[in-house]
Design a protein around this ligand. Sequence first.
Ligand SMILES: NC(=O)c1ccc[n+]([C@@H]2O[C@H](COP(=O)([O-])OP(=O)(O)OC[C@H]3O[C@@H](n4cnc5c(N)ncnc54)[C@H](OP(=O)(O)O)[C@@H]3O)[C@@H](O)[C@H]2O)c1
Length: 382
Amino acid sequence: MNNSVTLGLDEALLSELLRELGREAKAFRFEVAPNPCVGAAALSGGRVLARGYHQSWGGVHAEVAALEAAHKADPKGKPDLLVVTLEPCSSEGKTGACTDAILAAKIPRVVVGELDPDPRHKGRGMEVLRAAGVEVFLLEGSAPLRDVSPQFLRWLQPERLRRPRPHLLAKWAQTRTGQLEPPEDIGDGRWISCEVSVQEVQRLRGKTDAILTGMGTVLADDPRLSVRAPGDPTHAPLRVVLDSYLRTPPEARLFDPVQSNEGLGELHILTIAGADAARWRALEKAGAQVHGLHGEGGDHVALAEALTWLWDRGVRRALLEAGPTLLQACLDRNFVDQVRIYTGEVSGGRGVSMGSWMQSAKLLERLDRESGQDAVIEAFLE
Ligand SMILES: NC(=O)c1ccc[n+]([C@@H]2O[C@H](COP(=O)([O-])OP(=O)(O)OC[C@H]3O[C@@H](n4cnc5c(N)ncnc54)[C@H](OP(=O)(O)O)[C@@H]3O)[C@@H](O)[C@H]2O)c1
């Protein structure tokens, strides 16, 4: 392709734009996973009117963000070219198809930095646009997914497509010495992270399909697993408890009616099939849906089956908020795709330390940041 003739734009300039968009889109990697990081720009007469990015899982896609930003900046301006790092999607998911948005905006030309690697979608977005009369150009090499969004390529590995399970994000708070429980005389013997971090977690909960925890956390903390401000209470992820022997008390706060200030998802308890029938009935009467799965390794609920169960209910991004037992079990089985670790200003603590795991773990695309007084590590796992 001779872009300088066909597009009236220098190929080197387009490549540079794609490179920048890819770099900028990558900043949102921990918010969008397992979706890909994508950046887009709307241009008119070779001038960039606006840029847009896929910024949060379930949120608007980069193409739509760029077109909306261009319209906002100049409602009369007419973009005549859209540059996007990844082939636009052509099917409806949590948002509408980007190809529809491009056609509705009457964009005559589109430059794409890489084809969708998903074998189920590869090339389809290009075809849909071309069939509708849009000139579409592929300019590969400047914003390759292996640099911009390697986690998306892991998500599409054949083994993963064959045996699908949700993207599992494990979030925990630990003391400086790696324990998930503080000393008894600190934070009511329960709280490690600061208020800013607690609020961050509420926002995170509102961006997931399910919150997963273990029976030990239910007994110790009596959590609610709801979404409260500043999270989005209109989005209430499923609440899922792994409880092999139905020891969850029917009077736990999990069963309290929904309050006006919270989003409260359906409550599901995953147990081993054949668990005590009277407890089963009592929990169902209290409002939970109880599901019997197989047991494994020391007779806990089978983890792989629990994850398949989540996938079959449409869960694609799940948040693991468990104590050290279930957390370590998921890490040992390589079921955790992403971590967010809050280290509070607390030393010592009770229970096992995550210290040795932290030393040996391979943390990919690691980001170190602060949240109030807490140190935060975000990373993907292989
Ligand atoms: N700092 C933090 O971020 C944080 C977060 C949550 C909890 N906590 C603290 O952690 C403590 C509780 O720790 P915990 O380890 O008991 O809680 P947990 O990991 O949430 O729950 C563990 C229980 O989950 C059940 N389970 C079901 N299927 C399992 C499987 N396949 N593998 C492993 N476990 C499975 C097991 O009981 P059964 O098999 O018998 O059902 C197990 O005892 C509390 O003090 C709590 O405050 C801290």
